[in-house]
Ligand binder design. Sequence first.
Ligand SMILES: *Cc1c(COP(=O)(O)O)cnc(C)c1O
Length: 460
Amino acid sequence: MTHERDLLARAVEHAATYLDGLNGRKVRARSTYEEMLAAFNEPLQQGPREPTEVLDQLASKADPGITAMGSGRFFGFVIGGAVPGALAADLLVTAWDQNTRLLFVTPAVAAVEHVAGQWVCDLLGLPQQSTVGFVTGGCMANFTCLAAARHHVLAKAGWDVERDGLQAAPTVRVIASAERHATVDIALHYLGLGSGTVQQVETDGQSRIYLESFRRVLESGEGPTIVSLAAGNVNTGAFDPIAEAIDLAHEHGAWVHIDGAFGLWAAVSQDLRHLVEGVERADSWATDAHKWLNVPYDCGIAIVAQADAHRSAMGAKASYLIQSDADPDPFELVPEFSRRARGVPVWAAMASLGRDGVVDLVDRCCSHARRFADRFSAMDDAEVLNDVVLNQVLVRFRDDDEVTQAVIAGVLEEGTAFMTGTTWKGVAAMRVSVSNWRTTAADVDASVDAVRRVLESIGR
Ligand SMILES: *Cc1c(COP(=O)(O)O)cnc(C)c1O
């Protein structure tokens, strides 16, 4: 064995040991950030060190500060696991070390990503001619798509925003839900459109926009307009009335963007497809591969129906003109100029799971979410707040903010499971997001039991 091969084998050994131990460890990190700083905080020495020793030290020192996000009992935020096929391919991507920018220079990874993009559009029922950019996550997917939107609506108004900027441009109206995801606002900040100027649409008891409010807001103005809709609210998992809203928005000449970081994957399931009916008529879609497709961090996907808007917003004009007949180079579809081939693990996830495997992953997570909801509903002191239409459950204890927060803190500390909190419609709630291929019914039961134990330990 060469030294490098030996070192890589050792890295894989450490990785496999970690993964083998996932189910047996506390889900939360056992050490705090301060303790980890103390462990690592030392001056950089002058000379080199043996990389094997560096690796061993990293693995052993970091271990207590690693949160088992890949555990089948991690239900915080919306965090996917990593299916083995994608995780293994990601290691290869690291070894290949391809700067995925130009078709000519990195043909293999560019082709694999192109096919991955087509497969994703196929699975999600989106137009096959869409252009697809592999970005770091849903936030940058929203940014990329909304940049394409900004280009398009201003070009229609006779304005070249890439050349002339926004300072003297026609005003762009942005219409979005009052309960849109925070990253839509981040994207609007980056784009110079601002979030305080968003025309907000009121939401119903499940966090979906009211169609009538949407119509009123649409009709209240004119000019270049961008609409952002949600496929999967981050708290409830609920969907805006997508088909009707898209058609209304298009009647008003607006660009329609869909934030579907996890919710777009409902499209793969026979039982859930109705939630995203009509979604293919939108103009752009942001989704994540690192959430429900269970690709390791990081990978988001920006999908745009109109290639020229996508390339004009992200690419360099000169090369766009030269290459107008060819497939776009990867860099023309993302904010980055240099990046890893993060679309390759996306391909590997789908190739290893097959269509049936992706459908099963989504359906299984939703059925576990319903199991959570059923078991919570059977408890005296718990109330499920949302209609569990997807993989998200909101639960509140003794109808009391303090008790609910104490349960969340107590469950975290106990370590069997990991759930996070939120304030939803003005009250505290615990969020359960089932997004990992590893989660089993036994994980759900063990987690509900942990919640019950903690709740019982909290005096009335
Ligand atoms: C997670 C999420 C995002 C942001 O995605 P990142 O991958 O964290 O950048 C955007 N929208 C929704 C609805 C999400 O759930």
